[in-house]
Design a binder for this molecule. Structure first.
Ligand code: PLP
Length: 300
């Protein structure tokens, strides 16, 4: 039987002093309709979310995910979420997850627009879902092929046009999903977005880490991409194991000369890149296995 659950969460102000959230987190049928047809998440993709991995009942890096949700809310002019309430919801959901890997998604939409455009908005709407995670063993053990895809903006876009919300994890993922379909049309498993002036950004649902010599690098998070919680955690582990890490503007050409590279994300964890644009990359199987063992251990 596949496991799924859903909670509807009554939004409370971020400074509400209560510590007991009973009555504000309601289990709902994950298969029954729950959102208004006027909710701005479905009408405009206007909202933010987080995907949190659960391993054997332990939600991974809840604090980092809730911090990023608050950051996305600030960038998107959404009300600041009540972190302790959302943590309680995540913990209640994780406690019901079966052994193995599950994914919790926490979603916050601007709310419901009564009476159409220009009218008042009642919101936000907050809900959570949990389900068994897909089996990612093949990507973790055998690696993946990627192609680079032009993201259509240059490396100055995030600073020049903050309204593009490039550092926020918004619900508008149609472009990211289109990029994954394009990658598959080109015979690859995944894509890496690059800027129009030739710098590496990120994958549609993952962060890039590459190794140059003994140093592990990831693109500067200020340059129009989402800062990954898995990358942050992986860098802590790499540093503890004596490997220097750093943030850089990475030219696309540097990908082809990397000594190894990975896409990392909360659910798939670390997948080594075997090919970039058809060119083979060296794969460090031992390090990939050790990194994934760490990422599967309980992390806070
Ligand atoms: N970049 C994008 C665009 C993403 O959607 C994600 C996760 O879904 C990531 C990076 C990786 O983030 P995390 O490691 O927190 O899952």
């Amino acid at each position: 039987m596949t496991f799924r659950l859903a909670f509807l969460i009554d939004p409370i102000p971020a400074d509400d002093p209560r510590t007991d959230f009973a009555g504000t987190i309601s289990p709902i049928d994950p298969d029954a309709p729950a959102l208004s047809v006027s909710d701005l998440s479905s009408n405009r993709g206007d909202g933010i979310f987080e995907s949190i991995a659960v391993v054997d009942g332990h939600p991974q890096e809840t604090g980092a995910h809730l911090q990023r949700l608050a950051h996305s809310a600030r960038l998107s002019d959404l009300p600041e979420p009540h972190t302790a309430q959302l943590r309680a919801a995540v913990e209640a959901a994780a406690a019901q997850c079966p052994p193995g890997e599950c994914t919790i998604r926490l979603l916050l939409s601007r709310g419901v627009q009564h009476g159409g455009p220009g009218q008042g908005i009642h919101g936000p709407t907050i809900w959570l879902t949990a389900a068994q995670a897909p089996d990612n063993t093949a990507a973790r053990e055998n690696g993946i092929k990627v192609v680079t895809l032009d993201r259509g903006y240059d490396s100055g876009a995030a600073a020049r046009a903050p309204w593009l919300l490039l550092g926020a994890k918004t619900l508008s993922y149609a472009v990211n999903m289109a990029a994954l379909r394009e990658a598959r049309r080109r015979g690859a498993d995944d894509a890496i977005f690059v800027t129009s002036d030739g710098y590496v950004l990120e994958a549609p649902t993952a962060t890039l880490i590459l190794r140059r010599g003994d140093t592990f690098l990831t693109p500067e998070p200020t340059g129009g991409l989402l800062q990954g919680t898995t990358q942050l955690s992986a860098f802590d582990w790499l540093e503890e194991n004596g490997h220097p890490t750093g943030y850089e503007h990475i030219p696309t050409a540097a990908l082809y000369d990397a000594d190894a590279a990975w896409l990392v994300s909360s659910t798939r964890l670390a997948a080594a890149l075997t090919h970039v644009d058809g060119r083979e990359l060296p794969v460090d199987r031992d390090l990939t296995a050790a990194l994934n063992a760490y990422l599967l251990s309980p992390r806070d």
